[in-house]
Write a protein that binds this ligand. Structure first.
Ligand code: OFO
Length: 170
C-alpha cells in the first residue's frame, strides 16, 4: 500500500501521460494533414511512448495493490499557427510534465517513500532526455526549417524514427 497523497498524484500522473499521448497524436495529425509525414511520424512515436509511460504508472499502482481511478482525458485544443508552434508547445508540455514528476518525487522524499522514489528515477532521467530532444528539434527548426529544402531534409530525417519500448521493467 502507498500513502494516499502519493496515490492521488500517481493517479493524476496517469491522466497526464494519457493526455500527453493524445496531445502528441493531435500534433502528429496536424503534420500529416500538412504533408510533413516525417514530423507526423516523430509525433506518432511520441504518442506511443506516452501511452507506454501511462501504463508503467498503472502497473506500479497495481503492483502496490492500489486501485487506478481513470479520469476523462482533456481534448487537445491548440490551433497551430505554423509548423514551429507544435514544437514549441511540445517543449512547454515536457517542462510541465517534468515539474509534475518532480512534485511527486518531492512528496515521496518527504514521506520517505523510497520505493516510489526509485520507481520515479527512470522518469526523471527520461524527462531530461525528452526535454533535450524537443529543444534540439526546436533549435534545428529555427536554423534550417524556415527554408523549404531545410524543412524537407528535417522531415526526411524524422521519418526514420522508430518506437522502442521503455527500458524500465517494474
Ligand atoms: Fe511521459 O514522457 Fe515526457 O511527457
Amino acid at each position: 500500500m502507498l500513502n494516499k497523497k502519493i496515490t492521488d498524484l500517481l493517479n493524476s500522473q496517469i491522466n497526464k501521460e494519457f493526455y500527453s499521448s493524445y496531445l502528441y497524436l493531435d500534433m502528429s495529425n496536424y503534420y500529416y494533414d500538412n504533408s510533413l509525414n516525417g514530423f507526423g511520424n516523430w509525433f506518432g512515436i511520441q504518442t506511443q511512448e506516452e501511452y507506454a509511460h501511462a501504463m508503467l504508472f498503472v502497473k506500479y499502482m497495481q503492483n502496490n495493490g492500489e486501485k487506478v481511478a481513470l479520469e476523462a482525458i482533456k481534448k487537445p485544443d491548440i490551433v497551430y499557427a505554423g509548423f514551429k508552434q507544435a514544437l514549441d508547445e511540445a517543449y512547454k508540455h515536457e517542462l510541465y510534465i517534468s515539474q509534475s514528476i518532480n512534485d511527486i518525487y518531492a512528496l515521496a522524499y518527504e514521506l520517505k517513500d523510497f520505493k516510489t522514489m526509485q520507481f520515479l528515477d527512470w522518469f526523471v532521467k527520461e524527462q531530461g532526455e525528452e526535454e533535450k530532444n524537443v529543444d534540439e528539434l526546436c533549435k534545428r527548426f529555427d536554423l534550417f526549417g524556415t527554408d523549404a529544402r531545410g524543412l524537407y531534409l528535417i522531415d526526411t530525417e524524422l521519418a526514420s524514427r522508430v518506437f522502442t519500448a521503455p527500458s524500465l521493467v517494474i
